[in-house]
Design a protein around this ligand. Structure first.
Ligand code: SAM
Length: 256
């Protein structure tokens, strides 16, 4: 694992993961709902003074509150432009860099970790970026409730939590059901770009994405890193140590 565990990963123990019936009591339907397996653990994480200031100053313009309705995203972004959803942007450095280089595209970043939201808002302010909006919420619910079918031009999922232990693999984001939801939100021809530095997860991604009939691989297996995805400092350090990084770029088939 080559990412800084303190910067972008849940700090809570993976052992707290399995909330399912260990008590022996039959759970109520409400409890079952609450126990839906999630791809993240809620962590307290300290918001720095600079991040808090950015949240106060830029939050009202750039943070979109989660809601059960689909906003008119052209109004939210103030224009009609190709729209890319990023899931789990961490501290947002990659998001900001891509948005700065692709000024003609709009980026909707979804992240549950509050300091990450503050960090990206800080970058938005420092770089005067206008083509990013943020939702601080579970991406599964955002996709289900706030994103219209066939409305996205792209999706980025960079270094999603790998959930190393086999018994936690059920928490991994890239699973057939989630991929089917994602695909339903992509326009025909739109792309899905995933990257991971965990080989076993890369193999799972290739298998799951390859098995989704509505997707086609743009490469023969793993893809070369598209030049818009910057190499992060953790990735660079890992590569120096001989670790691998795998990019996967699929497209939604036009006939599906
Ligand atoms: C390992 S970090 C990677 C962060 C960043 N993409 C990077 O490359 O450094 C994964 C991030 O995904 C976020 N995350 C995991 N599941 C999520 C979900 N369902 N909705 C929103 N964010 C999620 C976590 O909070 C975490 O910040």
């Amino acid at each position: 694992m080559i990412h800084d565990p303190n910067e972008t990963r849940p700090s809570a123990s993976e052992a707290t993961d399995d909330l399912s019936s260990e008590t022996g009591n039959a759970p109520s339907p409400d409890a079952l709902h609450l126990r839906r397996i999630r791809s993240f653990v809620t962590r307290a994480g300290r918001v720095s003074t600079g991040q808090r200031r950015a949240m106060d100053e830029f939050g009202p313009r750039f943070v979109v509150p989660f809601s059960g309705e689909q906003p008119d995203w052209n109004i939210v972004f103030g224009r009609a432009a190709p729209r890319v959803l990023e899931i789990g942007f961490g501290m947002g450095a990659t998001t900001a860099e891509i948005a700065a280089h692709r000024a003609g595209d709009d980026f909707l970043g979804v992240e549950v970790h509050e300091p990450g939201v503050g960090a990206l808002l800080k970058l938005i302010g420092e770089q005067s970026l206008t083509n990013i909006r943020i939702i601080q919420h579970d991406a599964v619910e955002v996709l289900e409730q706030m994103i219209a079918p066939e409305s996205l031009d792209g999706v980025h999922i960079f270094f999603p939590d790998p959930w190393h232990k086999a018994r936690h693999h059920k928490r991994r984001l890239i699973q057939p059901k989630f991929v089917a939801l994602l695909v339903s939100r992509l326009k025909p021809g739109a792309y899905l770009h995933c990257a991971t530095d965990w080989q076993n997860y890369a193999e799972q991604m290739l298998e799951v994405l390859g098995a989704e009939p509505a997707l086609e691989n743009t490469a023969d297996g793993y893809a070369p890193r598209p030049e818009y995805r910057p190499v992060t400092k953790f990735e660079r350090r890992g590569l120096r140590l001989g670790h691998g990084v795998w990019d996967l770029v699929f497209r939604r088939r036009s006939g599906n």
